[in-house]
Ligand binder design. Structure first.
Ligand SMILES: [Zn+2]
Length: 301
């Protein structure tokens, strides 16, 4: 008798040790989008994207876009980096077609953590897929948490000046979701430590004050680069190509090159919010650019 098809099944939780820390990357959700061109490299001929995709054996017309928060247990504190899409799709008409339902809370449970266990929520930047899981029905999801925002990023969304047209809705979302959390928040700048062994790094461009985070324990190092690069082939191999969702495109290009060079030179493990699950890799210098090398078993030893 033929066996029925079971449908797609993919892992969504990956937990590993980094020195004395325990870290999990958790796939909140994912979407498949049309493109890559002109969302990526819109200023370049479409044929260049076709060739790049072909050379990397990926589909040039559709791409998977995952959303992967990271949670770090330092042994003293449980620190969550970004919150995924939460209930935005259900609560906000305008995002219905663009974002999937967030499943971070359910999958945190699979990793062994309850929302109430989270001591610190670090928001790398104010875009919807990073702040969406902060609240549900107007209530904080992580009931015991303090918050960390980049000072420049928080200030930008709070003031609401020079917000480009495509981000006007995002600004309102930030006002609704993030501003009310200010009295439980700390505002940091590059170089500041947010927990023992976790320090902010400044990769602005994708948003006005995006922060990445350098995590170090017992000599093992991980860079949580958030949205510095948002596609593992295009943004890494062609960091100079423009990306439509980058708020300051020239600055984002300069930042990508700087952070890619640092990750390659310092041989850092990287956790990328939009990299293929589990969102962990290393950066290798290659002719004229860089390559994303997904982790093998390095973090399992
Ligand atoms: Zn993002």
């Amino acid at each position: 008798m033929p066996t029925s098809m079971q449908g797609e099944l993919q892992p969504a939780v990956y937990r590993f040790k980094l020195g004395g820390f325990e870290i999990a990357t958790i796939m909140d959700s994912k979407v498949v989008r049309d493109g890559l061109h002109p969302s990526f490299g819109g200023e370049r001929p479409a044929a260049e994207m076709q060739a790049l995709a072909r050379a990397n054996r990926i589909d040039p017309n559709r791409y998977e876009h995952p959303f992967i928060p990271t949670v770090v247990n330092t042994g003293k504190e449980l620190v969550l980096f970004d919150t995924g899409n939460g209930a935005l799709r259900r609560e906000r008409e305008q995002l219905r077609a663009r974002l999937p339902d967030g499943r971070l809370v359910e999958r945190l449970g699979e990793a062994g953590y309850r929302p109430a266990d989270v001591d610190v929520v670090v928001i790398t930047h104010g875009h919807p897929d990073h702040i969406g899981g902060l609240t549900e029905n107007g209530k904080p999801v992580f009931s015991n948490a303090r918050y960390v925002f980049g000072a420049a990023e928080f200030d930008f969304w709070k003031r609401g000046e020079n917000v480009r047209e495509a981000r006007k809705f995002n600004r309102q979302l930030f006002v609704d979701i993030a501003l009310p959390l200010a009295d439980r928040a700390r505002f940091v700048k590059p170089g500041d430590e947010v927990a023992a062994g976790i320090r902010a790094v400044g990769p602005a461009g994708h948003s006005p004050g995006l922060l990445a985070y350098h995590v170090e324990s017992e000599g093992r190092r991980l860079l949580i680069w958030a949205d510095t690069c948002i596609h593992y082939v295009v943004a890494v191999q062609r960091p100079e190509w423009q990306i439509d969702v980058d708020d300051d495109k020239d600055k984002a290009v300069a930042t990508r090159k700087r952070i890619l060079d640092m990750a390659a030179t310092d041989e850092l493990f990287v956790a990328g919010f939009h990299m293929p699950f589990p969102g962990l890799g290393l950066i290798e210098k290659s002719a004229g650019g860089y390559r994303w090398v997904p982790v093998g078993y390095q973090l399992n030893l």
